[in-house]
Design a binder for this molecule. Structure first.
Ligand SMILES: [Zn+2]
Length: 307
């Protein structure tokens, strides 16, 4: 495989989809973003994907036959072995669809599907804040809460090759009901969605409004403190189940309010008596919104046949 190797990375979220032409050095050559709008059905979604891939290839001056492959990071649950999507909450209208086969048939290159948190972790591990750390945990605090674990650079998988959902670590007895079937999950307290929902009861328009008001409003401050404490409590579980060398904190909230959340996580780590002192670090993600597409492209390179 030469440094000139080329791949398409795709990052599919509930709101938007990003398509990028990425080279072997992690350089993002061209990028296109559009609204996912899965509720219009998968036929329209596939047509959007095809159009966008073609336009990114054209803008980059690349041909489909030169690609090492196409990598997809998608809001989970996904089944990487079967290439199917299973998230009716975030991607209504696409539940159970096979996204891999049509792309493979159309572009005639290997297509690889992963959970978006795993794709972002692979991107950070290869080209961002996760380099030279093993094991590596990546936490994304954004619309939802995602977690990924890489051991020896490989994605830690569960049964059927599927992605364990660290965002549903329970942190609060009798906390808010969560769609996963439990109460008081990390995600149901610390996600942007959860912060916005808690803030609405006090008249705050959205999640950023709660963060802004936290400096002078007791209700807003309590909501943010609860999110921070939930993240610290979940860190305790991550620490004692995975004992990572490094935790990379990313996602929109995780990056914008990095010091607030990282400080609480570091205090938890410092309290722990059963893990080696000074060995687990918390660092900020470096690839920002691009971690997903860059990581998805890395997956395409990893899963392609050597040139
Ligand atoms: Zn849950």
């Amino acid at each position: 495989m030469s440094d000139a190797a080329k791949a398409i990375g795709i990052d599919i979220g509930g709101t938007k989809t990003v398509i990028a032409a990425v080279d072997r050095t992690g350089n993002l050559v061209r990028r296109n973003t559009f609204e996912t709008r899965s509720d219009r059905g998968f036929g329209i979604g596939l047509a959007d994907l095809f159009d966008s891939i073609h336009s990114v290839l054209k803008a980059a001056g690349w041909r489909a036959e030169d690609l090492s492959g196409i990598g997809i990071g998608c809001a989970g649950p996904v089944n990487p072995l079967r290439g199917t999507l299973h998230n009716p909450y975030t991607l209504p209208g696409w539940d159970g669809v096979d996204i891999v086969t049509p792309l493979q048939q159309s572009f005639r290159v290997p297509v690889h599907l992963e959970n978006d948190a795993d794709a972002a972790a692979v991107g950070e591990a290869q080209f961002g804040a996760g380099r030279h750390a093993n094991p590596l945990v990546m936490v994304t605090l954004g619309t939802g809460v995602g977690g990924a674990l890489l051991i020896n650079g490989m994605i830690h998988r569960g049964v059927n090759g599927e992605h364990p959902e660290a965002g549903h670590i329970p942190v609060l007895n009798d906390g808010p009901e969560c769609y996963c079937g439990a109460r008081g999950c990390w995600e149901s307290i610390a996600s942007g969605t959860a912060i916005a929902a808690a803030g609405q009861a006090f008249g705050f328009a959205d999640c950023p409004a709660v963060f802004t008001a936290a400096s002078n409003d007791a209700n807003a401050r309590a909501i943010i403190e609860r999110a921070v404490n939930a993240t610290a409590a979940a860190t305790w579980t991550l620490l004692h189940t995975s004992l990572p060398q490094r935790i990379v904190l990313g996602g929109g909230i995780g990056e914008e309010h990095f010091e607030t959340f990282a400080g609480a996580m570091r205090r938890q780590i410092a309290r722990a008596t059963q893990i080696p002192k000074g060995c687990v670090e918390i660092v900020q993600a470096q690839l920002g919104n691009h971690a997903g597409v860059i990581g998805a492209a890395c997956l395409a390179f990893q899963n392609s046949k050597p040139a």
